[in-house]
Design a binder for this molecule. Sequence first.
Ligand code: SF4
Length: 98
Amino acid sequence: MREQSKLIAMKIIVDRDLCIGAATCVALAAKTFGLDEEGKAFILNEDTKTAKKSDIGTVVESDATDVMDVREMIIEGARSCPTFAIKLYEDDGSEIPL
Ligand code: SF4
C-alpha cells in the first residue's frame, strides 16, 4: 500500500460563493471540510470560522493541520468539488493542480 503523507504546510481555500453544498468534499475528507447551517463548506479549524471577501470571492482559508485528513484525501476532496470551489496551495504559494 502506498504510504500517505501528512502535509502541514498546505493552504486550503474554499470559495463559498461557488459552493453549492454538494458535500463531496466532506464525504472524502471529513476531518478537513464540513457544511455549516447555510449548507456551505467550511474548513474544520477552530481558527477559521469567519469567511472574508477576497479577489476570488467569499473565502475561508486555513493551513492544513495534523488533525485533518492526509494530504491525498484533502486533494481528492478538493478535486471532487463540482464547482471548483476549493483551491490548494503548497507552502511556496504554488497552486496544487486538481
Ligand atoms: S464539494 Fe464543493 S460545492 Fe460541494 S460542499 Fe464541498 S466546496 Fe461546496
